[in-house]
Structure formats: structure tokens, C-alpha cells
Ligand binder design. Structure first.
Ligand code: ADP
Ligand code: MG
Ligand code: ZN
Length: 470
């Protein structure tokens, strides 16, 4: 007897808003200041200091809620979430509990096998904690000699987005996260940079017999900051739970620490230590009643969203190309290049290969110059093209000097050069003909040198092989 298991995954995502000031005070909100320079009596929790909500943060949260097709509450309130930790000077975090700003939305995730709708339970606004800095070479708490607190981040606006437990594969979870990130970035809410912590997520995982709709005990992988690690962590957790059930065991509700280099995910804390946050309404803040005109104004600021664009572009290109272009933030540049006359597929390939690998910011690229470059791709030497690509994001980039270096791919132009190289290197020719095939590269290199790098190495290699009579 063997059961087929269905994974059940729910995500909780935190996104740091890039408002000018913090959530409840007028301190600068931003990464990178000297420790403890962006603080005031409110965000340091001096007695008697009172919070004043950041209107912009509220608007941005509503905007995201609209993009996620949520219902925007006509009354929302803040709660105090109580816990003790050195990064929380008030010993409570101002958050939202049972009356969040946004609820009951969805994000449609296109996949190669069709579209999957992921439910959004809520999107709410809260303040971030400060940052504990562990003083030791590793930067981790283990082995640290001291822990210092940098309050600059304390009180920054954070949006928390909670999905329904209706994601059923690691791949869809990863795509959801990529799509959500792109949506947030395009709405201008956040840089959502995983390596800087401006987007982080917790992953909840359980499994159940396929066909059942029960929700079994879940475990949680906390504070992940890479889409690939999240997918790996989910896969590993699914496999672990299935094994437990198949051996007749039960899964404990616990928080696991995912270390991609370790074989197993180590428990961080278990249910016994689960916290009771003693939520209660924040008495220092009045309820929020977003005005309908304000909500409609915000709705008007939302352009065509990533899901819709993937859907549209997948009519021209494959789903995979559409997905890479849109979630990589490359599709607007792609469209401009295609409008300029470039071949859609070729342009997509260049963008996907070059930009994703080099990390060039597509918004720094001049579409006209880029179009010229893509159009000349088959006519200029590969090395020249690659070099040009690495500079397309430079201010004032011009395709002209690169395009001018036309490749010599015409056999009639290359043959005399190749003949000369062969004649000049009789020793190597003999060795090559004697079986030392590796010398092909040597001849190609010589020809490239003679042509000043303007030959197409693929063509040269073909012709050299022919002339040497391998
Ligand atoms: P809590 O309030 O304890 O954090 P929630 O009900 O808010 O619990 O759920 C937190 C996250 O866990 C949500 O993303 C939800 O989709 C997910 N989740 C809840 N139950 C399960 C389950 N059985 N399996 C997987 N994910 C789950
Ligand atoms: Mg939760
Ligand atoms: Zn402050």
C-alpha cells in the first residue's frame, strides 16, 4: 500500500517600505546610516513619546492590497504584539491583528502547466524591530562575544503578506515569491532586496494524502532570503515529513533553521516555547478609515501587473521566456527593442542570458542603442558583442563603435589568413595531423590574432579543421 502525498505550503512575507521616514516617527527610514544615528524618543521608546502614523506607508500598503485584489478595510486598527527581545525597545511591536488594512486577495501565478491562484489571507502594516549585531568574526550569534543593538531599523514600516495554505509545490512557491517581489518593486513600494533584508519570508510546510483536504501539522522555516533556498528547504521538508508518516510517526510543530549546506534542517524552537503575544488594541492610535476617493486614486496608479504581462508575452514567446523577462524586470526593455525592429526571440535570449548573469540594471539601458547592438549580433565577433553587452548599462553607451567592428566571417577573406598561419607553423601542423587535436585552439587563436579579433571564432574553427584535413 502506498499513499501519494500532497504538499501544503503557506508563505508569510515581510517587505520593508522605502518611505522617506519611519512608520510612527519622523526619523529617516533607510539602510546604511552610522548605527543609532536615525533614532528619536518615539522609536527608542522613551516614556511618554507618542506614535503618529506615516500616511505614505498606509497608502503604499493599500496600493499593494489593491494589486493583490484584496478587500481594503473601511476600518482598520493597530494592535500591540508583546514580547521581550533586545531589538524591541517598547517590548511590543505595533502591528495589526484582527482588523488589517487588506484581506482576502489573490495572486495568479502563471506556470508552464497553466495558471495557479494563490489566496492572500491578509496584507497588513507594522513596524520593524531594530537590528542585533553579534560582535564576532562570523556575525552569527554562536561564538559572539557581545551583542550590540542598532536602532536605525527599529520602527521602519513593514508590510506583512500572508498567503492561504494553498500552494502545492516548491516550484509554485518560488514563482509566487518572484512574482510578488516584482509586483512590489514595480509599484515602487520597496527595493525588496533579498540580500539586504528588505524582503524576507517564512515558509510553512505540511503534507497530506493526495485528495484529502485536511490540514496536518506544519513546520516553519524562518527568515529565508533566497528563492532557491526556499525551494530547496521546502523540498527537503516535504521529503522529511513524508518519511515520518510512512514510518508511522507524527510531525511535531516546530520552527526549523534551514542551512543549505547541511544535510538536515535543525530545530530552532518547538511548540512548547511558542509565544503568547497578548495582542491588544494600541491605545495611542485611532482607527484608520481609508477614504474611498483615496483608494480609487491609488488604484489609478497601478499599471499592467506582472501576471498580466507574463500572460500577454507568453502569446509571443514561450512561458519560460515570458517569465524570465517579466520577473527579471526586463520585459519593458524587451518590448522597446522589439518595437525597434529586433527579433523577439533573439532579443529575449540576449536579455535573459546577459542581464540575468551580469546584473545590469535594465532601466539604465538606452533601448535604441541596445536595439542597434542586438541587430548586429550576427555580424560582429562574439567577443566584441559580449564586451559591448557588459557596457550597455554605462551612461552614454553607444553601439556604434562596437557595431563598426564587423566580423570577418566570409570564408574568402579568411582562407588566405588561415593558409598563412598553417604555413608559418609546420611543427604544430605535423603534431595536429599526428592526433594532437587539442592544437585546433592554437590555430584558431593565431587566426584571431591575425584578424585583430574581428573573425568569428566558430567560422574560423570550421575552416581551420577543413584546411588541416582532420
Ligand atoms: P499563525 O497565526 O500561527 O502564524 P496562520 O494561520 O496565520 O498561523 O498561518 C501562518 C501561515 O501558515 C500562513 O501562510 C498559512 O497559509 C500557513 N499554514 C497554516 N496552516 C498550514 C498547514 N497545515 N500547512 C502548511 N501551511 C499552513
Ligand atoms: Mg503568523
Ligand atoms: Zn524615530
Amino acid at each position: 500500500m502506498s499513499t501519494t502525498w500532497e504538499p501544503v505550503i503557506g508563505l508569510e512575507i515581510h517587505v520593508q517600505l522605502k518611505t522617506a521616514t519611519k512608520m510612527f516617527c519622523r526619523c529617516r527610514n533607510g539602510y546604511g546610516g552610522e548605527p543609532n544615528t536615525q533614532t528619536c524618543p518615539v522609536c527608542l521608546a522613551f516614556p511618554g513619546a507618542l506614535p503618529v502614523p506615516n500616511r505614505r506607508a498606509i497608502e503604499e500598503t493599500i496600493k499593494l492590497g489593491l494589486a493583490l485584489e484584496c478587500t481594503i478595510a473601511d476600518r482598520a486598527i493597530f494592535h500591540r504584539k508583546n514580547y521581550f527581545y533586545p531589538d524591541l525597545p517598547k517590548a511590543y511591536q505595533i502591528s495589526q491583528y484582527d482588523e488589517p488594512l487588506c484581506a482576502n486577495g489573490r495572486l495568479v501565478v502563471p506556470t508552464a502547466d497553466g495558471e495557479v491562484e494563490i489566496g492572500i489571507v491578509r496584507a497588513h502594516l507594522e513596524e520593524d524591530a531594530a537590528k542585533n549585531v553579534h560582535v564576532a568574526t562570523s556575525g552569527r550569534i554562536q561564538g559572539a562575544t557581545a551583542t550590540l543593538v542598532d536602532f536605525n531599523r527599529g520602527g521602519s514600516p513593514l508590510v506583512e503578506i500572508v498567503t492561504a495554505p494553498n500552494i502545492h509545490s516548491a516550484d509554485v512557491a518560488k514563482r509566487f515569491l518572484q512574482l510578488l517581489r516584482q509586483t512590489v518593486v514595480e509599484l515602487g513600494l520597496s527595493d525588496a532586496e533579498l540580500d539586504k533584508g528588505s524582503m524576507r519570508f517564512d515558509v510553512n510546510v505540511s503534507v497530506r494524502p493526495a485528495g484529502s483536504d485536511e490540514l496536518r501539522t506544519r513546520t516553519e522555516l524562518k527568515n529565508m532570503n533566497s528563492f532557491n533556498f526556499a525551494a530547496k528547504g521546502i523540498e527537503r521538508e516535504i521529503a522529511r515529513q513524508i518519511k515520518i508518516y510512512e514510518n508511522g510517526g507524527t510531525v511535531d510543530q516546530e520552527t526549523l533553521h534551514f542551512d543549505p549546506t547541511a544535510e538536515e534542517s535543525a530545530p530552532m524552537r518547538s511548540k512548547e516555547e511558542a509565544q503568547d503575544y497578548r495582542y491588544f488594541p494600541e491605545p495611542d492610535l485611532v482607527p484608520l478609515h481609508p477614504a474611498p476617493e483615496m483608494i480609487e486614486g491609488l488604484r489609478g496608479q497601478i499599471g499592467e501587473l506582472p501576471t498580466a504581462r507574463i500572460r500577454r508575452i507568453a502569446n509571443t514567446l514561450s512561458f519560460y521566456d515570458a517569465d524570465v523577462l517579466v520577473t527579471g524586470g526586463l520585459d519593458r526593455l524587451w518590448a522597446a527593442v522589439v518595437d525597434g525592429g529586433a527579433d523577439p526571440k533573439e532579443a529575449a535570449n540576449v536579455l535573459a542570458n546577459a542581464f540575468v548573469a551580469t546584473g545590469i540594471n535594465p532601466s539604465a539601458v538606452n533601448p535604441e542603442e541596445f536595439t542597434k547592438l542586438v541587430a548586429s549580433r550576427s555580424e560582429i565577433p562574439r567577443a566584441v558583442f559580449d564586451d559591448a553587452l557588459s557596457h550597455v548599462g554605462d551612461p552614454g553607451f553607444s553601439a556604434e563603435p562596437y557595431v563598426a567592428q564587423k566580423a570577418v566571417s566570409d570564408a574568402s577573406a579568411l582562407e588566405p589568413v588561415i593558409a598563412a598561419v598553417i604555413e608559418a607553423n609546420p611543427g604544430q601542423v605535423e603534431q595536429y595531423r599526428g592526433g594532437k587535436q587539442g592544437l585546433l585552439g592554437f590555430f584558431v587563436g593565431q587566426v584571431m590574432k591575425e584578424t585583430g579579433g574581428s573573425a568569428d571564432p566558430r567560422v574560423v574553427s570550421e575552416l581551420v579543421r577543413e584546411q588541416l584535413g582532420a
